[in-house]
Each structure stands twice: as C-alpha cells, then as structure tokens.
Design a protein around this ligand. Structure first.
Ligand SMILES: Nc1ncnc2c1ncn2[C@@H]1O[C@H](COP(=O)(O)OP(=O)(O)OP(=O)(O)O)[C@@H](O)[C@H]1O
Ligand SMILES: [Mg+2]
Length: 262
C-alpha cells in the first residue's frame, strides 16, 4: 500500500449541504499540488459525474456493478484532464448495490477491499457520499482514513449532524471502521444572516477544534460552475469560494501532517 495514501470521505446524510462542491474542489485543489488524486462519486444521483462528463456516464463496467461483483474498480476510472484528477463516475447500479448486498456478511467493506489496489496508485482518494446513511455511506466510512463533514449553518442541518455522528461512533465501536473525524466545515455560509452567525458560533463552542477555521461562504460562482463542467477553482480562481476551498485544502493537509507527526 502507498503508505502516504489518504482516503477522505466527504459525508453528511443531510442533502444539499455542499458535499459535492466540497469534494470536487478539494480534488481540484489537491491535484494542483501535483498529488495523484482520484474522485469517487458514490452518490447514485451522480451530480458531479454529470457535471464533469456532461452526460450520464454510460459504461459497460459501472462502479456499482464492480462493487457488487467484488471486481476491480480500475476499469471504471475516467481521466478528468481539465482538473488533472481521475474520476470514478456514479452509476444507477450503486442503488442496486445497497439492495443486493443488504444481507452480505462483509457488506460494509466492499469499497475498502476495492480501494486496496487503488491506494497503490493514488496519493489522495476523495469519496463524495450520497445524502443518506445507507450502505454506500457506511462503505465510505469503513474505507476512509479521514472524514470531513460539510454542514450549512441552519437549524435542521446542525440537528442532523447527531445521526451521522452516532452512525460514525457505532461503526467504530463495532470495530468496523477506523475512520478519524478530521473536522466539520461550515458551507454556503451567509455572513449577513444573524442566525447563521449564531449557529456558527454555537458550532465553534460545541465542536471546538473539530470545526475547520476555513468557512466556505455563499458564492454564486460555486453554483454556476457545475453548469460549465468545472469546479469553481477552475471556473473563477478569484472568486471568494475558490480562495476558501484552497484554504480548506491547505488546512486539511496541515491537519493530516500534524496527526502523522504525533
Ligand atoms: N458555497 C456555496 N455558495 C453557493 N452555492 C453553493 C455553495 N455550495 C454549494 N452550492 C450549491 O448548492 C447546491 C447543493 O450543493 P452540493 O451539490 O455541493 O451539495 P450536496 O450536499 O452534495 O447535495 P446532495 O446532498 O444533493 O448530494 C448546488 O446547487 C451547489 O451548486
Ligand atoms: Mg452531492
């Protein structure tokens, strides 16, 4: 195994909190540091895959099928030349994976097994999870070394963090996962909104060091970028959202290096 390989899951069972935007822009930022990066779209909605490939991926070997069969994910890899990272697109079979593997004894570890050979090739593997605490997210939490949770600063999103934390702790307690919670990042943050400010402050006092210093602000270019098939970092490098994602990437690498020096 590439001893320096890092598998990073971007997860939150709440929908629309910026998981895909975060995962895509982190992949782009890490690729910009000459690291070899793989982005796995584990969400059957396939938002990132559609944005990058400009069409729903049609391939004979889909990631869902490979996970069901226990075969290699290598034939599913597509290069994303513009951003200099590779992609494993989502597929409808990812939904089938949840159904077909439901009673499998090793159902939580299919992705972890599949990533063993990919860890030899890539420095960083980023997993974009679906907005559900289903078998796909569980597989991501069992395959990953580190977990990053994006959350918006609204009441329901912060309330919803509890169920993800409980699932995360339960997997660790059962010895199914060794993933480490690297941090929580506030996304789509509207600085002008008193409620967002209050929730961000409460998150800081409850989560302490777990909250990343970087906040991803509301940034219209982030929402425009997918329509032209680019992460915002490539769409408009001067946008506040691009600078924030570059800063988050640097913070993640710094936290990771600090952990490994200890
Ligand atoms: N910082 C931001 N500023 C403005 N819009 C944003 C920002 N981050 C994300 N968005 C937009 O919000 C929507 C949801 O973002 P995104 O798809 O990244 O979230 P998600 O958590 O992956 O959603 P899902 O749960 O459906 O997978 C998208 O339209 C995206 O372009
Ligand atoms: Mg998403």
């Amino acid at each position: 195994m590439n001893s320096n390989s890092l598998v990073l899951a971007i997860a939150n069972n709440k929908g629309g909190v910026g998981k895909t935007s975060t995962a895509l822009n982190l992949a782009c930022a890490f690729a910009g540091t000459r690291r070899k990066v793989l982005y796995i779209d584990l969400d059957p909605q396939g938002s990132a895959s559609v944005s990058i490939l400009r069409t729903r991926p049609i391939s004979i070997i889909s990631s869902g099928n490979a996970l069901i069969q226990g075969s290699s994910l290598v034939p599913c890899i597509v290069p994303y030349q513009l951003a200099k990272f590779d992609l494993i697109p989502a597929s409808d079979d990812l939904t089938a994976f949840c159904i077909k593997k439901a009673d499998d004894e090793h159902k939580e570890h299919c992705l972890k097994e599949a990533l063993k050979s990919l860890r030899l090739i890539y420095d960083i593997i980023i997993i974009d999870c679906p907005p559900a605490l289903n078998l796909l997210t569980i597989n991501a939490l069992c395959a990953a070394d580190e977990l990053v949770i994006p959350t918006t600063c609204d009441y329901f999103a912060v309330e919803g963090l509890g169920s993800l934390m409980r699932a995360f702790e339960s997997l660790k307690r059962k010895g199914l996962s060794t993933v480490h919670l690297m941090g929580i990042v506030c996304t789509i943050y509207n600085q002008g909104e008193p409620l967002s400010q209050k929730i961000a402050k409460d998150l800081k006092s409850n989560m302490g060091q777990l909250l990343f210093n970087t906040v991803i602000p509301y940034c219209s270019q982030i929402s425009e970028a997918p329509s032209v098939g680019k992460p915002v970092i490539l769409y408009d490098k001067n946008a506040i959202g691009s600078k924030a994602y570059l800063s988050l990437a640097a913070e993640i690498l710094s936290r990771y290096q600090q952990q490994h020096q200890q």
